[in-house]
Design a binder for this molecule. Structure first.
Ligand code: SF4
Length: 503
């Protein structure tokens, strides 16, 4: 008897502390915690108490008797992890209790952004007495990526927002919505009103493909497309032409798979979800029946998570296909991946090879393509196709009117803050923003989330990231390195807008 951690695991690790027998791995601090796709329960040790399931913010932990058919494989995914990583130490991890130093009894922090990293940081700070937190959010609603970046059919993951709502209701947390840092309030003004500022503004710019035709009509940023179908207010007027039969998605991370599922499945799969009304209407009229997912490298280097790939293979009305010569052992050398012989890698490769062997039986298809480098989009004003270079140097052309560029995101520069254009992030050490001229930390300036580490990891990965930043900030407070604010924070709130109580 055991519980099983499944596809929607957010890596937040709330379950780890809840387990009375310490049989969930990896734990924060374990070597593979920062790279793992999900957490796992050791079925040989689990005592079936259900404490972890109650704690999981995204309901990813399911009793093995209640696993739906398409999640059955997670039973062995959990068990296999412990074959390769024996359970070992079961000493409970001590929960860190934070408090302000006795000689520094007050702390005022501004957090810019209200996505997961921002709210994990705000949550850790505001649970201490005598700490005031001001959240500055450009939009009129909070939760950032947790609201506007999660696929509408991943309802469990979207519930992450519920976890953050109590933070916004705390009496020592003030939320200033419709307020853009750098436009409505300067870096200097924030600094003047607070001991410290944490920048958690995410990664909302595209990584360019860098090929001719990228600017054509029908060449669409995955970021814009995801924001549109999730009802982001900046994209409510966008229109995407879904009339063509084939769409091509560049990149094969989980965002690419989210988009492929959305375009390939019948609209009924989304009718009961929180998808935006505009997107639902567009999908009802969509002519797309085939989505081609194009990746530069082979299946051993795919960016998607195993759970998301398995989910794609289990869609009820869509065939997942691949090409035998792109998924053979020769085409998929795994020698330079971290753990080429792991059960996880074997499962991934077996899934794409099964896709290559599948005979199509549905009118709707998703095809995984590997080893193809985009070299140009064709068309005069509207995309009519994409040219791809094969490993042998030959060129393949795919006809399409819709190319979705899901090859990565990057942060945007913030006026008044250092920025590294090469990585699209703010330079930092353990969350302390570094002045590139002196290589020293800028007093009172911190960062967290994607603007700090780049667009990687699940929503829950921001918890550890935010903890690192908060630890640096509190350490600096204790060492007297934070400049004292010269104006009350209430003055700032009064000047900007009437603060919104958040529920
Ligand atoms: Fe641990 Fe209980 Fe969850 Fe099993 S069901 S993993 S024993 S918390």
């Amino acid at each position: 008897m055991t519980f099983v951690i499944t596809q929607s695991c957010c890596n937040d690790a709330s379950c780890v502390a809840a387990c009375p027998v310490q049989c969930i791995r990896p734990r924060p601090g374990d070597p593979d915690f920062t790279t793992t796709e999900q957490l796992y329960i050791d079925p040989a040790t689990c005592i079936d108490c259900g404490a972890c399931a109650a704690e999981c913010p995204v309901e990813a932990i399911i009793h093995h008797t209640e696993l739906p058919d398409h999640m059955e494989e997670f039973r062995s995914i959990n068990a296999d992890y412990f074959t390769e990583h024996p359970l070992g130490d079961v000493t409970p991890q001590a929960a860190a209790r934070r408090r302000l130093p006795q000689d520094k009894p007050h702390l005022r922090v501004a957090v810019v952004g209200s996505g997961p990293a921002a709210l994990y940081a705000a949550g850790e700070l505001s649970e201490m007495r005598h700490v005031e937190v001001t959240i500055i959010e450009r939009l009129s609603t909070p939760y950032g990526l947790a609201r506007f970046g999660v696929a509408p059919d991943h309802e469990r993951t979207r519930r992450m927002a519920d976890r953050f709502a109590p933070v916004l209701r705390r009496p020592n947390v003030t939320c200033l919505f419709d307020t853009e840092a750098g436009r409505d309030v300067s870096v200097e003004e924030l600094r003047r009103h607070h001991h410290a500022v944490i920048w958690a503004t995410g990664a909302f710019a595209d990584r360019a493909l860098g090929v001719p035709g990228e600017e054509l009509e029908g060449s669409v940023s995955a970021r814009d497309f995801v924001a549109w179908y999730n009802g982001h207010p900046d994209f409510s007027d966008h229109r995407f032409d879904l009339s063509g039969r084939r769409a091509v998605v560049i990149g094969n991370g989980n965002v690419a798979l989210d988009i492929a599922r959305l375009l390939a499945q019948p609209v009924t799969a989304y009718e009961q979800t929180s998808i935006s009304p505009q997107a639902l209407q567009a999908l009802r009229a969509s002519g797309v029946r085939e989505v081609v997912i194009v990746a530069r490298r082979g299946p051993a280097h795919a960016a998607y998570s195993t759970g998301e790939l398995l989910a794609l293979a289990h869609l009820s009305e869509v065939d997942l296909l691949a090409l035998p010569d792109e998924t053979s052992a020769e085409a998929a050398p795994a020698s330079d991946v971290a753990d080429p012989s792991s059960s996880d890698m074997r499962r991934r490769l077996a899934t794409v090879r099964a896709a290559a062997a599948r005979t199509p039986s549905h009118a709707r298809q998703i095809t995984l393509r590997f080893g193809l480098t985009p070299i140009g989009l064709t068309g005069d004003t509207q995309v009519t196709g994409i040219n791809l270079r094969r490993p042998d140097g030959t060129i393949e052309s795919i006809e399409t009117h819709l190319v979705l560029r899901a090859n990565g995101f990057r942060g945007r520069p913030i006026t008044g803050l250092p920025f590294d254009p090469a990585t699209g992030t703010v330079p930092h050490r353990a969350g302390r923003i570094i002045d590139p001229a002196t290589h020293e930390p800028l007093p009172g300036m911190y960062c967290a989330g994607w603007i700090k580490r780049g667009p990687t990891g699940t929503i829950g990965a921001n918890r550890r990231d935010a903890t690192e930043t908060v630890t640096s900030l509190l350490d600096d407070l204790a060492r007297g390195r934070l400049p004292a604010p010269t104006s009350p924070s209430a003055h700032l709130a009064k000047r900007l807008v009437t603060p919104h109580g958040q529920g």
